[in-house]
Design a protein around this ligand. Structure first.
Ligand SMILES: N[C@@H](CCC(=O)N[C@@H](CS)C(=O)NCC(=O)O)C(=O)O
Length: 260
């Protein structure tokens, strides 16, 4: 199996954790020109949105982390990652939906500000404060979902934990975690102990140096950032409407296929 990925992509991290939990061997490759919208070859053919993760399994090409997780679960049912109980399954899927859309957009927005330097000074401070409030609200929601249990998935680690892992971990790295000893912080500690997760987070951490020249790569035209669905909404609702307009004027942001 070949997984097109980027170590910093939370969506790719979900897939790598799942494959490692299943004990499935896989190769990884970061597509050439990822981040520009101009990727070509097998990756572009398999992923019309030009997004990672994308899984190549022989003639089967699957894009989108949720669909890939489902494919992995169907193809390698043991050990199961989704819980058995219908209510728990729905719960896992709701956690994944919120984390992939609304939670991810906040982390992404913080990256746009810090590394891509979309905002500086007072505006950056205000947007960061907004992101911190939004993060706290989502973490409160997640804490209620966790309740007294050790894992979001139920008694054992599974799908719902994988779904929350990259996003909550990013918050802790960004200094937007919950207080030490809180249920979510204790879950995060347990999470980081799992070999599948530890390996995946270590790869992500090792790749953070690619962000060092992020703003220059946007300025040079090497990158045109994809402002899609929830990410675009985050910018608009969190004080970044002018950032979107400037990015369009400077041609360093793009929307998603098909463009017409
Ligand atoms: N819904 C997709 C989202 C995937 C996605 O947005 N991936 C980003 C990386 S985090 C990407 O590949 N963007 C392409 C680009 O920026 O050029 C999923 O769950 O896999």
């Amino acid at each position: 199996m070949l997984l097109y990925e980027h170590p910093l992509s939370p969506y790719a991290q979900k897939v790598k954790i799942a494959l490692r939990e299943k004990g499935v061997a896989f190769d990884v490759e970061t597509p050439q020109a990822i981040g520009s919208g101009n990727s070509a070859g097998l990756f572009a053919a398999a992923s019309p949105r030009r997004e990672v993760p994308t899984l190549i399994d022989g003639d089967t090409h699957v894009f989108d982390s949720t669909i890939i997780l489902e494919y992995i679960e169907d193809k390698f049912p043991s050990p199961p990652l989704l819980p058995r109980d219908p209510a728990d399954r729905a719960n896992a899927r709701m956690i994944e939906e919120i984390c992939d859309t609304l939670y991810e957009a906040i982390n992404w927005g913080l990256t746009e500000i810090r590394w891509f330097k979309r905002a500086e000074g007072e505006q950056a401070e205000k947007m960061r404060a907004t992101a911190a409030r939004q993060t706290a609200e989502l973490q409160n929601w997640l804490t209620q979902k966790l309740g007294p249990r050790s894992w979001f998935n139920g008694d054992t680690f599974g799908w719902a934990d994988i779904a929350a892992a990259p996003y909550v971990n990013r918050s802790f790295i960004n200094g937007m975690g919950t207080a030490g000893g809180s249920p979510l912080a204790l879950w995060h500690e347990r999470l980081c102990q799992r070999p599948s997760v530890a390996a995946t987070f270590a790869e992500s951490q090792a790749a953070t140096n690619v962000l060092a020249n992020a703003a220059e790569r946007v300025a040079s035209g090497a990158m045109r950032r994809e402002y899609r669905d929830h990410r675009l909404e985050w910018m608009m609702k969190s004080g970044g409407a002018q950032i979107v307009l400037d990015g369009l004027a400077n041609n360093n942001i793009r929307f998603t296929w098909p463009l017409g």
